[in-house]
Design a protein around this ligand. Sequence first.
Ligand SMILES: [Zn+2]
Ligand SMILES: [Zn+2]
Length: 74
Amino acid sequence: MAKCEQCGNEYSHAFTVTMDGTEHTYDSFECAITALAPQCACCSCRIIGHGVTHAENIFCCDHCARSSHQAAGS
Ligand SMILES: [Zn+2]
Ligand SMILES: [Zn+2]
């Protein structure tokens, strides 16, 4: 049995994710996403795909990258 780092659930089908050389254990993808996925700098949703990187920020989509760029540039 392994214990989920995010919610503390002990689950026999837990899995590990290695990020930046550190191993993390989760019971579900939902917990892994909550703990590890970056957040969109514009709308704060979790970025599960590749996302869009603009300057130092990461966004969920082109629309968010553009709206944030417009807000900052005005
Ligand atoms: Zn969990
Ligand atoms: Zn967004």
